[in-house]
Design a protein around this ligand. Structure first.
Ligand code: PLP
Length: 422
């Protein structure tokens, strides 16, 4: 099968999005109604994990109350209902990613999806002396699986550099795409800096050299969506819990011809066609890659999250987040002594910053006492931190349910921190 040409990897909204009614959205997230340390919660840590709307909570509750049964193997009514809902979830994910349901593998999360590709496709393709290009923007979960593979196969992981602003150096990428490169791993959005990578150009460069591309969509999917069919990419991974869905469920999208050619990963029930002590044969894709009882409720919850996103409007959510992020950046720039880390050309979801010489962990602790949840640390992106000579940053991240009150609460809390550390 010929691969589609690289096209618009990011899904453009079909029509100008209607403004989001954020108050109504917030009402759908019961967790946001609480007080923390006596202050209204301002949750600005959705890049770590998003909160879940009632639609998702109810889908999980309904499944366990009414339909709970194992899938695929039962003939009784509950098992048939559970199977229908689980396979329906696969169709929902395929719709979200503009893909074929046969190309959707349910896994635990983005991390497991990358490991699956490394240990199947990677083991088949990578040999001694080969190279795996991994960008400096990557999360550890899109670095370490490739290091494990490289160590096993006698290959090398080669970093693709970023510039001072936090954008990928495409000239360097082009130069690095030599004859020994067997795969390029690139994130759609950096979880540490918010950089949106120019996937269309990156995929085009790689494809011109015949190099398959794995896109880490853990941060991109919630803000930008992904058009697998148009992307020209080979693999896309996402985590349900960052996408308003449950923890413990994620997705690997892979082009069908890759899945068909990949050996099984884990062995067990459901991934086989027949088992004898003389030899075992494999189930069709994608089931070949889903050994054992899957996270049925997780898949159903993820589908509910995707329906929720579609109901609100992915374009409306993206426009709201973009505008709010702009106001957040502007407000942060007004805080004396605050430095934004990374000024990428295009940004989604995330802003990293430092306040004077206050350690980000101390900052996050003070801010938490004011009811504001932000993250501090290396964000599982130590090579990227090292690139900027940092051990850690503070990070605020936004989702559909954040509003100007959250931004104001963060800025107020940062002023409190300035006084504490003055
Ligand atoms: N990739 C990126 C860019 C991430 O931000 C994360 C999580 O923070 C992951 C991968 C790993 O996701 P998970 O821990 O859900 O597998």
């Amino acid at each position: 099968m010929t691969a589609p040409a690289a096209g618009a990897a990011l899904r453009a909204p079909a029509a100008p999005p209607v403004a989001l009614d954020v108050a109504r959205i917030r009402a759908e997230f019961p967790i946001l109604g609480q007080q923390v340390h006596g202050r209204p919660l301002a949750y600005l840590d959705s890049a770590a994990t998003s909160q879940k709307p009632v639609a998702v909570l109810e889908a999980l509750d309904r499944y366990y109350r009414q339909d709970n049964a194992n899938v695929h193997r039962g003939v009784h009514a509950l098992s048939e209902r559970a199977t229908r809902a689980y396979e329906g979830a696969r169709v929902e994910v395929a719709r979200f990613l503009h893909a074929d349901p046969h190309e959707i593998v349910f896994v635990r999360g983005a991390t497991e999806a990358v490991n699956l590709v490394a240990q199947t496709f990677g083991r088949q393709r990578v040999g001694p002396g080969d190279e795996i290009l991994v960008t400096t923007l990557e999360h550890h979960s899109d670095i370490v699986p490739w290091q494990l593979l490289a160590a096993e196969r006698g290959a090398r992981v080669v970093p693709v550099p970023v510039d001072d602003a936090g954008d990928l150096d495409l000239g360097a990428l082009e130069a690095l795409l030599g004859p020994r490169v067997r795969l390029l791993a690139v994130t759609q959005v950096s979880n540490a800096l918010g950089t949106v990578t120019p996937l269309d150009r990156i995929v085009a460069l790689a494809r011109a050299r015949g190099v398959p591309v794995l896109v880490d969509g853990a941060q991109g999917a919630p803000h930008l969506g992904f058009d697998a069919a148009a992307s020209g990419a080979d693999f896309y991974v996402l985590s349900g819990h960052k996408l308003y869905g449950p923890t413990g469920i994620g997705v690997l999208w892979a082009r069908r011809e890759h899945l068909e050619a990949m050996p099984p990963w884990q062995g067990g029930g459901d991934m086989i066609r027949s088992v004898t002590f003389e030899g075992t044969t494999w189930n069709d894709v994608p089931y070949r890659f889903e050994a054992g009882t899957p996270h049925i409720a997780g898949a159903i919850g993820l589908a509910a999250a995707l329906r929720w996103i579609a109901g609100v409007g992915a374009g409306a959510i993206a426009a709201h987040e973009r505008a709010l992020l702009g106001r957040l950046l502007a407000a942060l720039r007004e805080v004396p002594g605050l430095r934004i880390v990374g000024e990428p050309r295009e940004r989604a979801g995330v802003v990293s910053f430092l306040l004077g010489d206050v350690h980000p962990h101390d900052l996050a602790t003070i801010v938490d006492r004011e009811g504001v949840a932000i993250r501090a640390g290396h964000h599982c992106a130590q090579p990227l931190m090292r690139r900027y000579g940092l051990a850690a940053t503070a990070r605020a991240s936004v989702a559909a349910y954040n509003d100007d009150a959250d931004v104001a609460a963060l800025v107020r809390a940062l002023h409190v921190a300035r006084e504490v550390f003055a």
